[in-house]
Ligand binder design. Structure first.
Ligand code: DPP
Ligand code: ZN
Length: 850
């Protein structure tokens, strides 16, 4: 499969200013009648070439008459003499057989679409590229009993009855859009409805559509939608532009959600929530994703992308916007900690491995493989750095001018940078962030001259994945603290490291200083500062940046874990115990922060920071530290466990924080299969007033050998067996277990009647969760690798996009010992040698083997 390359970009030969679509919907066989008004773009004599995949062409006419055409290699080629023409096609497609979940497909009793990135070509023949923007008018026709609700983009038009029990609905979208934002839904749906009045007084009807039984579970998503609409007006001056905003929840969905114009389609996991079935994490994710998709209405839809290399233009910016929104809804410091933990866990690992790519890649084989943590989360960090450098007011002015200059256009990263440059950003050097892969490493060394009362900070940047790349502009928020007084010495400074090396002097440093750097995680880099355990404990106690306190505590824990996993023993752990004890004293004031801060780093993260990943040693070291902290602070953990127990259900940041810290306390108490703790966990599970508590207890029990474990799993299934989203948690908790029989359990779970690899949520819950279980997936005998290989190959025949996601864990092979690395390579080679592989998987596997 030939790669698509950024440097080969050419504007479209033909534009399609207007599209009319008529759907005769049926699950088995749907007919799509398309009328395209095409216009030659520039002076050339190239034919019209339309993309089409898995389409049965029934009829074609140009300007009302039969016309020559050629259909080969998923392209329909039509030579046109005039500069404008009306091209009509009729095709048949098979939604019920569409297991890729791209194009028009069936999910439960629904028919729905997913077009981003290249799914529209599975609906009709079209130039399927984001720089072709059209006005759409759509007519849906379907059986009235099976599909009483018919939705598409834009504003609703005529509806009516048709012969044979069928009916129709027309939709008109007044805003030009690329075809990846097209959407249609048909089904027996009910809505939770509400209204929103925009800042200029426009009345917008809001609907969240789902099965009738689930309408009561849409309230949280609706509240989030209204909050997002108001927030985007207030913070970015962005107003909604249609009469209706519809959201539909579907059970089978490749993404989390999709921002189709005026008709967002959501994975039901990110819509439906109530106290019975959703954890606090679910509630927060729902709000964040509702906001994300809504914000795309401007950053993505009104201003779209010229080509898929610009994907981060909409995704990075929109993630940054949803992160800001969520930070405003609760605790900004805790939100930042969560975002950074996600970035380090996913994006840093990606950037260090064979799948590393720049935020604007140079080439791809299958664009679906590039919906990555790098495009989304590192992309968001780049925007955050611009925001920090420009400050709130100038960033807002730059964003206003970006939207004004590019409204209705398919834009590029350069367009965004130009708007930022208008407010003073050095766009040329900032552009390097978009083309340089790899996580930069910043070495920081601080020296103190007591006599001169100065301190000198030497900063040096390097990038092991791109050693020849030009230096990046790295904004580092930095402060010094006095070791004796514990006070901050002077103001925080924002140092812009834009050379390979910089030296910065601090004046009036009259006592030995301790360095606090990359405060608030001002840049997505790895800082190497060689700080002693004393320095870290000091910062964990004294830093006036919440993120800085968190960071210091985590580094202290990480150092202890790496030392012990590397065979260096447990010397110095008293300092860790003392620092954790001190942090726990702040539990009343900010329990969520304390929970994040004392949570032991994940096994995969410890592995990422070690020369070679030894899964058993890492697990043993982490368990040993957990037992140490459990024993040394037993009373504290019990006091938290009892003191934080709530019986009511509130979604305030404080209530959520209390639940989170209680879960962490329980995890500590459960270290070493203690009977008293096991009994307490079971009681917590049985009495839980919230899903958060129930899952915290079940998660702790899932690792244990106690009889209560099986009983809790059984009770959970009895209670939630009919709820797919809740049962996904039940699958995941078993796949994440550290028990030695986990692989066998996962294989058994795969045989259950309610397991289906065709459902992306279920597949992720069981298989991807297991593949990220470092201890058990990387069993030395290779059993985990065999399991993943078999599953991936089976899924590739159903849904290549899902299958490709399963390849990444094998791509870490270089990080392991020769035995494991050899087995992982063999698994990748076995996949690569399989005939009929999708290009999605082929690309992931060949990149992984490089
Ligand atoms: N639906 C995905 C997202 O919003 C892709 N656009 O990020
Ligand atoms: Zn997005």
């Amino acid at each position: 499969h030939a790669p698509t390359r950024l440097i080969d970009y050419r504007p479209p030969d033909w534009l399609v200013p207007q599209v009319k679509l008529r759907f005769e919907l049926e699950a088995q066989r749907t007919l799509v009648h398309a009328t395209l008004h095409v216009v030659r773009n520039g002076a050339h004599d190239r034919p019209l070439r339309l993309d089409g995949q898995a389409l049965e062409l029934l009829h074609l006419a140009v300007d009302g008459a039969a016309h020559d055409h050629r259909l080969a290699d998923e392209k329909l080629t039509i030579a046109l003499g005039a500069d404008a023409a009306v091209v009509e096609t009729s095709v048949a497609i098979a939604p019920a057989a569409n297991t890729r979940l791209m194009g028009l497909y069936a999910s439960g009793g629904l028919l729905c679409t997913q077009c981003e990135a290249e799914g529209f070509r599975r609906i009709t023949f079209f130039p399927d590229r984001p720089d072709v923007l059209s006005l759409y008018s759509v007519r849906l026709e379907a059986d009235a009993a099976a599909y009483p609700v018919l939705l598409a983009n834009g504003n609703p038009g005529a509806t009516g009855a048709l012969p044979d029990g069928r009916h129709f609905a027309e939709w008109d979208d007044p805003i030009p859009k690329p075809c990846y934002l097209f959407a249609a839904v048909a089904g027996d749906l009910s809505a939770l409805s509400d209204r929103f009045t925009t800042m200029s007084g426009r009345e917008v009807a809001l609907n969240i559509w789902t099965a009738a039984a689930d309408v009561a579970r849409c309230g949280h998503a609706m509240a989030a939608l209204k909050a997002s609409m108001a927030w985007d007006e207030r913070v970015y001056g962005r107003e909604y532009d249609l009469d209706v905003f519809n959201i539909v929840a579907v059970a089978d969905f490749n993404f989390g959600a999709m921002e189709n114009k005026g008709l967002n389609i959501f994975n039901s996991k990110y819509v439906l929530a109530d106290a019975e079935t959703a954890t606090d994490w679910d509630f927060d994710s729902i709000a964040g994703i509702v906001a994300h998709e809504y914000f795309h209405n401007w950053s993505g839809n009104r201003v779209t992308c010229r080509d898929w290399f610009q994907l981060s233009l909409k995704e990075g910016f929109t993630v940054f916007r949803d992160q800001q929104f969520s930070a405003d809804q609760g605790s900004a410091a805790v939100k930042r900690i969560e975002d950074v933990r996600g970035l380090r866990g996913m994006q840093f690992a990606e950037d260090a491995g064979p799948l590393a790519h720049p935020v604007r890649p140079d080439s791809y084989v299958e664009i679906s493989n590039f919906y990555t943590a790098t495009i989304y989360n590192k992309g968001a960090e780049i925007i955050r750095m611009m925001h920090r450098l420009l400050g709130e007011a100038r960033f807002r002015a730059a964003s206003d001018s970006y939207f004004a200059a590019n409204d209705g256009r398919a834009a590029t990263v350069e367009d965004f940078l130009a708007a930022m440059a208008g407010q003073g950003l050095d766009a040329d050097t900032f552009a390097r962030w978009y083309r340089t892969r790899g996580t930069p490493v910043v070495a920081a060394a601080l020296s103190h001259d007591a006599e001169a009362a100065t301190a000198t900070l030497t900063l040096r940047q390097s990038n092991p994945r791109a050693p020849d790349a030009a230096p990046l502009p790295i904004p580092l928020a930095t402060a010094l603290f006095g070791r004796q007084t514990g006070a901050r010495l002077g103001e925080e400074r924002l140092i812009l490291l834009d050379q390979a090396e910089t030296r910065v002097t601090f004046e009036a440093v009259r006592e030995p200083p301790v360095l606090s750097i990359n405060r608030g995680f001002s840049a997505p880099v790895l800082v190497q500062a060689a700080q002693s355990a004393d320095d870290l404990a000091f910062l964990a106690a004294h830093d006036d940046d919440g993120f800085g306190r968190y960071e210091a505590m985590q580094q202290l824990l990480l150092n202890a874990l790496i030392q012990s996993a590397g065979g260096g023993g447990t010397a110095g752990q008293e300092a860790v115990i003392a620092a954790v004890r001190a942090t726990l004293r702040q539990a009343d004031a900010d329990p969520a922060f304390v929970a994040e801060t004392v949570l032991l780093p994940a096994e995969a993260l410890i592995g990422d920071r070690m020369g070679e990943v030894d899964p058993e040693a890492i697990h043993a070291a982490r368990e040993a530290l957990r037992r140490t902290l459990s024993g040394a602070l037993r009373e504290e953990w019990w006091a938290l466990f009892h003191g934080l127990a709530d019986t009511d259900f509130a979604l305030t940041p404080l209530a959520k924080g209390r639940r989170r810290l209680r879960g962490v306390a329980l995890g500590m108490l459960m270290a070493g299969d203690d009977h008293e703790a096991t009994a307490a966990a079971f009681l917590m599970f049985a009495d839980a007033a919230t899903m958060t508590d129930r899952m915290a207890a079940l998660g702790a029990l899932a690792n244990s050998r106690a009889v209560e474990r099986e009983e809790a799993l059984r009770l959970f299934e009895a209670r939630h067996g009919a709820d797919a989203n809740a049962m996904d948690k039940w699958y995941a908790v078993q796949a994440a277990s550290s028990r030695p029989d986990t692989l066998a359990a996962v294989r058994r779970l795969q045989q259950r009647a309610d397991y289906s690899p065709a459902n992306p949520n279920r597949l992720r819950s069981l298989v991807l969760t297991f593949a990220n279980n470092q201890l058990r997936f990387h069993a030395a005998d290779g059993g985990g690798y065999d399991f993943l290989t078999e599953t991936l190959l089976a899924v590739d025949a159903i849904n290549p996009q899902s299958a490709a996601r399963l390849a990444a864990p094998l791509g870490r092979w270089k990080r392991f010992d020769a035995g494991r690395a050899g087995l992982m390579r063999r698994a990748l080679e076995r996949i690569r040698a399989t005939p009929g592989l999708s290009k999605d998987v082929q690309e992931m596997v060949s990149n992984s083997l490089e």
